[in-house]
Design a protein around this ligand. Structure first.
Ligand code: ATP
Ligand code: TYD
Length: 237
């Protein structure tokens, strides 16, 4: 029987007739502060699904293996079921968010080498920061798996930074999630959308991402639709 396996903050995950395949439903919902701030946002689900589909297809076209199979409706896609590795892998090209507040620096400082950070995926613990030796000690990953995940993260950064530049956006930072296939291979999972990255307009430095919601800067969906339109002009598959 087809059933829901996870009701997330931004997506629902459903089984399908094929045990190796999940159906993802993108929700019209935004959350911040680990779910403490939560709102219904019209058309957010279909906009994020469209953005993530475009970017995951671009990854596949450029040799990055992902869980993506196909988009099946406005707000739904099919993905390969993976065992999610409980780490949020963050790459920062410019200071922003927690990096800026934690270290007392202004937002928008460009790093000569991207900063790499990890958080443990745990809503109960508020996604605490974790380093490589801690993650290995906890049995979450091996060093070899971490090496693979960071190599893919760097490839993503090198691929997307010039792509977003072409679309007049700076890729400030982003978060990736990885999972393992039954054969143990690590692939990119979850989504890539303005929910889990920061994008600034190159000229105005206006936020084109979830900071619009986090900081109450205005309506979210028109901003995400602007990102989608800009990407549609530069991703020609
Ligand atoms: P979390 O804090 O765990 O990321 P969330 O509620 O913020 O949860 P959502 O995006 O709403 O996140 O939920 C999607 C869930 O599905 C996440 O837990 C994510 O790790 C998981 N997931 C993503 N892709 C896959 C996949 N291919 N196979 C299995 N699980 C997946
Ligand atoms: P970060 O600055 O650490 O946290 P916050 O967004 O709460 O200030 O986030 C860096 C980037 O990673 C940002 O684009 C948001 C994304 N991210 C997620 O999508 N989920 C997460 O659980 C975390 C910790 C970060």
């Amino acid at each position: 029987m087809v059933h829901q396996i996870y009701a997330g903050k931004a997506k629902e995950m459903w089984t399908t007739e094929d045990e190796d395949v999940l159906r993802v439903v993108y929700l019209d919902q935004a959350t911040a502060l680990n779910g403490k701030k939560k709102d219904h946002i019209n058309d957010k689900g279909k906009t994020n699904n469209a953005i993530s589909t475009l970017i995951f297809k671009y990854f596949e076209a450029n040799g990055i293996e992902t869980h993506f199979i196909k988009k099946i409706s406005d707000a739904e896609e099919l993905v390969k079921k993976v065992k999610i590795i409980s780490l949020e892998m963050i790459t920062r090209n410019y200071s922003a968010g927690h990096f800026a507040s934690r270290y007392g620096v202004e937002e928008g400082k460009k790093f000569t080498t991207p900063v790499e950070e990890m958080c443990l995926k745990s809503d109960e613990l508020d996604d605490p920061a974790i380093n490589a030796s801690q993650a290995i000690a906890l049995g979450i990953v091996t060093q070899a798996q971490l090496d693979t995940m960071w190599a893919i993260s760097r490839k993503v950064d090198q691929l997307l930074t010039p792509l977003f530049e072409k679309a007049d956006m700076q890729l400030i930072d982003f978060k990736l999630e990885f999972g393992t296939l039954p054969n143990g291979k690590i692939i990119l999972a979850d989504e890539f959308s303005p929910d889990n990255c920061r994008l600034w307009d190159t000229k105005t430095h206006h936020h084109l991402d979830k900071d619009v919601y986090r900081k109450d800067l205005g309506e979210l969906t028109p901003v995400y639709q602007e990102v989608l339109q800009r990407l549609e002009k530069v991703i020609l598959l």
